[in-house]
Design a protein around this ligand. Structure first.
Ligand code: FAD
Length: 335
């Protein structure tokens, strides 16, 4: 029996934990150590829309690989009857950008179509910005405040243990054959990663049950989830202030009300701030650390920036493969 410790219970830690359980079955005992758990992680603040965004210099090939695997997994949950429990929906998206059109991830989205120039001009006039391109497509969204408890339930059902503790030093996690580091932004402190780039995001959660379309126009977005509609947003690089700023709230509400006037009538439920765990590149690799004189493999899986939900399942699969290699378990089957 392999003893595996995972640090972190955001979307990355929980996805990784459940995929490792699935890959190693009864040969692994998995324990998660987590300072914060849902609903108090950054993952809970996310709007949960499948969309590759703010991933800095991570290679596009890797992003496409991980994002495609996650897209398939969300779709599988939507099809197999788990949509309500896991918080998954399939939705229409209108996305308008200041950048020229790029076909990036077009093959994963369903039915991507260019928007009419007249519609893009209208958005430019409304928000007093110069937008250059716009597309419509259908994709999946996965509401974190439902998805995280769903993953945790799966993890516990399969014999996992959750310890609500802060880990001060990875080298103190003794008694494990392997450690997986999914601590998100915590990597700056926990393992002294100087390549982290925190990105502040503020959102407003409202009740707008008539809203079935995600609208993404520059920095302004409206993303319906099953429980709430998320209005955003901000992407302030290097800013770790978790207090709600009235100036951001005003800007978000003004932008969203301008794009979809009925949002004015939506009841405000909550204001949230999350600090995205940006990094120069997503870190997904094996290393070795010394734990009480024992050379212990550690797999890092953190730094997913603005698209941790979008990459979660794909990165969990890549991590599970590295776990099997590190423990010398043959790749061919799931065991
Ligand atoms: C406003 C906003 C909107 C977003 N919208 C989207 C979206 O629509 N789609 C999308 O794909 N992504 C979105 N994101 C990005 C997404 O939220 C993140 O990429 C994702 O949550 C990162 O997940 P994570 O598990 O790495 O980090 P986290 O959720 O921060 O989890 C890290 C975990 O590690 C634990 N931890 C850290 N340090 C320690 C330690 N020393 N000891 C023990 N535990 C520790 C924490 O307590 C926590 O449990 C959004 C983010 C924000 C802020």
């Amino acid at each position: 029996m392999f003893n595996i410790a995972i640090v972190g219970s955001g979307v990355i830690g929980l996805s990784t934990a459940t995929v490792i359980q699935d890959y190693l079955k009864s040969t692994a005992k998995v324990t998660i150590y987590s300072e914060n758990v849902s609903p108090n992680t950054t993952s809970d603040v996310a709007a949960g829309l499948w969309t590759p965004y703010l991933f800095f210099d991570t290679s596009e090939d890797k992003i496409l690989e991980w994002a495609a695997l996650t897209h398939n997994q969300f779709l599988k949950l939507w099809k197999n009857g788990s949509a309500s429990e896991a918080g998954v929906s399939l939705q229409f998206v209108k996305s308008v950008s200041e950048a020229p059109y790029s076909p990036f991830a077009k093959h994963i989205k369903f039915g991507e179509q260019p928007m009419m120039p007249i519609d893009i001009e209208e958005m430019s006039k409304l928000l007093k910005q110069s937008f250059q391109s716009g597309v419509t497509y259908v994709t999946v969204a996965c509401e974190p405040i439902k998805y995280l408890p769903y993953l945790l339930e799966q993890f516990l059902k399969h014999g996992g243990t959750l310890k609500r503790e802060k880990v001060y030093h990875l080298e103190h996690l003794s008694g494990y054959d392997l450690i997986v580091n999914c601590c998100g932004l915590g990597a700056s402190d926990l393992n002294g990663d100087t390549q982290m780039r925190p990105v502040r995001g503020q959102v407003v959660r409202v009740k707008a049950p008539w809203q079935f379309t995600s609208v993404l126009v520059g920095n302004v977005y409206i993303i319906p989830n099953l429980s709430y509609t998320i209005l955003g947003g901000t992407s302030q690089i290097g800013d770790c202030d978790i207090s709600i700023r009235d100036s951001d709230t005003t800007k978000i509400l003004h932008g969203c009300n301008t794009l979809v006037p009925s949002i004015k009538n939506a009841e405000i439920i909550q204001h949230n701030v999350g600090i995205r765990p940006g990094r120069i590149k997503v870190r997904l690799e094996k290393d070795i650390i010394n734990v009480n004189g024992k050379q212990t493999p550690i797999i890092h899986n953190y730094g997913h920036g603005g698209c941790g939900i979008t990459l979660s399942y794909g990165c969990a699969i890549s991590t599970a493969i590295l776990v099997k290699e590190a423990l010398n378990i043959p790749h061919m089957s799931k065991l």
